[in-house]
Design a protein around this ligand. Structure first.
Ligand code: SF4
Length: 424
């Protein structure tokens, strides 16, 4: 799955960062705990519609599996999101544009009132007629993944040449078709030093892109797990270039989100942290993985906290260190002593955010913190009952053929292939 979290529209200037400096002394706030169950929250769910891809990223966290979807199995998941009163659905993969029924399932979801998005590497979206077909089907927003505007780096990350011009072409094709655009970027060891180069280039050459999403690499799954040494960055590797990139975007009036980055590495723009926004707004996320994991419902947004976090003023709204896969070092965390409430206020009063809830002011948020919220953890009716995709003989044959062809690519590129699915 190409990574992403949502966001569209334009943050108000009032959401400008509450500034702070790591390591400054301060009395921390009392822990506020996590709020849950905001009425009116606009949750967005994910469906992996395929797991194969026409690229071969050495850090792919959702590579090929034997599972496949047909229209009926995807429609079942769409219906489930509708029943849960979700705001939208993100059709992802693998590379979702490789599913022959992507336009049909997009139209089905749009017809049910969902805001429909796709996450794509842009290879097929660069085709004008395909972009038009998706727009006609009701795809409102495309997240095009671009990791580096340095062609050689992008080719190395993608495992093949020529991907960058194609992805850039997709930005124009989608825009012409009337599809709103985000650019997604997985932060990794190879692009960590030039995240701002990407932004500078895209602002200049593709001004239609108004929102950007960074995801720090998830080193716990797929090829990312077995190639950690090559691709997992240190937090310090990207801190400065990420800051420069966020500053460029903010000054240009564009918006952005950042996931799996602790707040002490993005203090000036803490309001843009995906985890922090979800903690503050008590959002949930359901991902229908097309693999043995099946459905994962996430209601808790905290990862791992170091001892230092205990004195940090942002502890109660910070996602901490992404700990799955043991790719990141808690020693890199350092407490900050800045005004948590200014960050909360910027988030809850951001009326450009499509997921705004009923809590619209800091005072309302504080009041809600005083009221015990029902736990939303654990299964809810319907969870785990809907099968995600199927493993058929044909699906297994295709999977095995793909594994063989990717073994050749992996050897040529000097990366390891992912571990097989548990039941293989
Ligand atoms: S809570 Fe921990 S991870 Fe988060 S900003 Fe503070 S020190 Fe960093």
């Amino acid at each position: 799955m190409e990574h992403l979290i949502f966001g569209a529209g334009r943050d108000k200037e009032a959401t400008a960062a509450p500034y702070g400096v790591r390591g400054r002394r301060h009395r921390p706030e009392a822990g506020a705990g996590y709020a849950r169950g905001l009425p009116g929250v606009a949750n967005i769910g994910y469906i992996q519609v395929v797991r194969h891809c026409n690229h071969f990223c050495g850090f792919c966290s959702n590579p090929t599996t034997p599972y496949t979807h047909d229209f009926a199995s995807m429609a079942t998941l769409v219906d489930d999101f509708v029943a849960r009163d979700y705001f939208g659905v993100i059709l992802t993969g693998g590379e979702p544009t490789l599913h022959p029924e992507l336009p049909r399932i997009a139209a089905y979801a749009a017809g049910k009132g969902l805001h429909v998005r796709v996450i794509t590497n842009g290879h097929r979206l660069a085709d004008r007629s395909f972009a038009r077909a998706l727009a006609d089907a009701g795809v409102a927003l495309a997240h095009v993944s671009i990791y580096s505007v340095h062609p050689k780096v992008e080719a190395q990350l993608r495992g093949m040449d020529g991907t960058l011009p194609r992805a850039l072409e997709a930005l124009d094709a989608a825009h012409e078709a009337g599809i709103e655009l985000n650019v997604n970027c997985v932060i990794n060891r190879l692009n960590a030093d030039h995240l701002d180069d990407n932004i500078r280039y895209l602002i200049r050459h593709h001004p239609q892109v108004r929102h950007f999403v960074w995801n720090n690499l998830d080193p716990s799954m797929g090829r990312a797990q077995v190639n950690q040494e090559q691709f997992t960055p240190r937090l310090a590797d990207f801190e400065l270039s990420l800051h420069r990139a966020m500053r460029l975007l903010h000054r240009s009036g564009r918006t952005f989100r950042v996931e799996k980055v602790p707040l002490c590495y993005m203090t000036d723009f803490a309001w843009a942290s995906t985890e922090t926004r979800k903690i503050v707004k008590a959002e949930e996320r359901i991902v229908h993985f097309l693999d043995d994991k099946q459905t994962v419902r996430q209601t808790e947004w905290g990862h791992r906290y170091a001892e230092a976090c205990g004195v940090c003023s942002l502890r109660s709204i910070c996602g901490g260190l992404f700990d799955r896969g043991d790719g990141y070092d808690p020693e890199e965390l350092a407490p900050v002593f800045i005004d948590r409430d200014a960050i909360v206020a910027a988030i809850v009063s951001d009326d450009a955010d499509p997921s705004e809830g009923e809590v619209r002011s800091l005072e309302q948020w504080r009041a809600r913190q005083q009221v015990p919220q029902p736990s939303r953890s654990g299964p809810v009716p319907g969870d785990g009952l809907v099968a995600v995709g199927r493993v058929t003989d044909r699906g297994r044959r295709l999977y095995e053929a793909k594994q063989r062809s990717e073994a050749t690519k992996a050897e040529r590129l000097g990366v390891a292939q992912e571990l097989p699915e548990a039941d293989e």
